[in-house]
Design a protein around this ligand. Structure first.
Ligand code: ZN
Length: 237
């Protein structure tokens, strides 16, 4: 390790003493080598493990519109379980690093399955420009960057954009679905034709948002192949 590396390590250790980094799930202080969640919570995480299935729960939620090739989710996301805080902290509590770190780790775990083989670009589900300005970041983009960190696949943020729409959180599934139709549009379809794109979002609930993005890509560039990936997948049961 060079001098800079030693200084960084020393600084990080000192920061850990002053501001202990804690597990985002259970709150215990993290030890050296742990990032975002502790080893115990990592081992107990309800991993989806569905990326090898040709018609998994994500495919089912996105059925009937654009054809979806591969679909992967990192962990199941139940309401009121501590793992929910991984998503909430990344999204609303100003800690986008969580999404990036988890995504990089997820990519490492599934890369050996061939999930990323032949993917030309990763496209994060866009936030409307104003909302991104307000939040300071787009958590889906952070997630996409984490996938890119591990796989080396390019993250592309200038082909898909979001029109303004009202917040999704207090709507029922049908309202969300109506609300999400037509809010995404492709600004550079020529960049997508014939390419295999991986659309990334931090969470898949009903699938309405992801479906709207896939539809927009499919309509603008019918020869594009589409796969999808998310960190959290809500359980339907
Ligand atoms: Zn923990």
């Amino acid at each position: 390790m060079d001098a800079g590396g030693r200084i960084r390590q020393w600084r990080d250790s000192l920061l850990d003493i002053i501001f202990p980094r804690c597990c985002e799930v259970c709150g215990t202080p993290l030890v050296n080598g742990e990032e975002v969640i502790c080893t115990g919570c990592d081992m107990a995480m309800p991993r989806c493990n569905i990326h090898g299935e040709p018609f998994n729960t994500i495919h089912q939620r996105l059925m009937g519109h654009a054809p979806i090739e591969r679909a992967a989710g990192y962990f199941y996301y139940y309401r009121n379980t501590p793992y929910t805080s991984l998503i909430l902290s990344a999204k609303y509590r100003g800690r986008p690093r969580i999404a990036r770190t988890l995504a990089a780790r997820f990519a490492e775990e599934i890369a050996g399955s061939g999930f990323f083989d032949g993917i030309d670009m990763i496209i994060p589900v866009p936030l409307h420009r104003l909302r991104q300005l307000r939040r300071g970041y787009n958590q889906a983009e952070q997630m996409a960057l984490g996938l890119g960190d591990t796989t080396g696949i390019e993250v592309v943020t200038d082909v898909l954009s979001a029109r303004r729409h009202s917040t999704q959180t207090r709507r029922n599934a049908y309202e969300r679905w109506l609300n999400s139709l037509h809010i995404y549009h492709v600004t550079a379809p020529e960049k997508l034709e014939g390419r295999h794109v991986l659309i990334a979002d931090d969470v898949i609930t009903t699938g309405a948002t992801m479906l709207a993005c896939c539809d927009a890509v499919h309509k603008a560039a019918p020869t594009a192949r589409i796969s999808v990936i998310s960190l959290g997948v809500t359980s339907l049961t």
